[in-house]
Ligand binder design. Structure first.
Ligand code: HEM
Length: 190
């Protein structure tokens, strides 16, 4: 099922599973990240802890996905796509890879620079103790505070960029599916 040799016009099942698993985790994290700003005080820490756990998981999944992508050639785009469309599609895909790597990394730097990091250990899903980034935790308190606010802001702004690039991604997929009548969504399905 979904094997590239059987269906050369679609992605292999490994790529499909990683694509949708990462998309689902990112959707959860956007909801949790924005929700934390509106949640009652007592919920903020548990929400952020879950957000960090999912975010570190996303980082691992994205690294696996990039490694897989380097080792495998994706199915070619359907013949009918114009040069500009191909350029746009590849540009949007490349931007998405950069964003889904940079967002968890900046979140992790922001978290590592948290002044009370030691009092709030990073324990993934309350089960797996995880590490902070040593080159950040070893900074002096003033530099740490600076990094904390700088990377918190970068993390948030990259989120805004992600919403825009994600919108282009979905609009492109829908255009190919419903206006060009290509089997576009089927390419990224089992
Ligand atoms: C899938 C990856 C991730 C996504 C999509 C994501 C997205 C977001 C979003 C949308 C916000 C809300 C920003 C706002 O206030 O508008 C946020 C906040 C936050 N994120 Fe992430 N994040 C991810 C990974 C991580 C990781 C790995 C960590 C830390 C280990 C982290 C730590 C934080 C923290 C501490 C905040 C609160 C920032 C503040 O208000 O000070 N995030 N994130």
């Amino acid at each position: 099922m979904g094997n590239m040799t059987d269906h050369p016009q679609k992605y292999a099942s490994t790529a499909v599973v990683l694509h949708w698993l990462i998309a689902l985790c990112i959707l959860c994290n956007v909801i949790l990240g924005i929700g934390a700003n509106y949640a009652p005080d007592a919920w903020v820490r548990p929400i952020i802890n879950l957000h960090k756990s999912i975010g570190i998981t996303v980082l691992g999944l994205v690294l696996a996905r990039v490694a897989w992508r380097i080792l495998h050639r994706p199915p070619p785009l359907p013949e009918g796509y114009k040069r500009l469309e191909r350029l746009l599609a590849h540009g949007v895909h490349a931007s998405l890879y950069v964003l889904i790597l940079a967002i968890p990394i900046t979140g992790w730097i922001h978290d590592s620079a948290f002044a009370q990091a030691a009092q709030h250990p990073l324990i993934l899903f309350g089960i797996i103790p995880w590490f902070r980034l040593g080159f950040i935790t070893s900074l002096d308190p003033a530099a740490k505070e600076h990094m904390h606010s700088l990377f918190g802001a970068i993390h948030t702004y990259l989120g805004y960029v992600l919403y825009g690039v994600f919108a282009l991604h979905v609009i492109g997929a829908l255009k190919h599916q419903f206006i060009d009548k290509e089997r576009e969504i089927q390419r990224m399905w089992l």
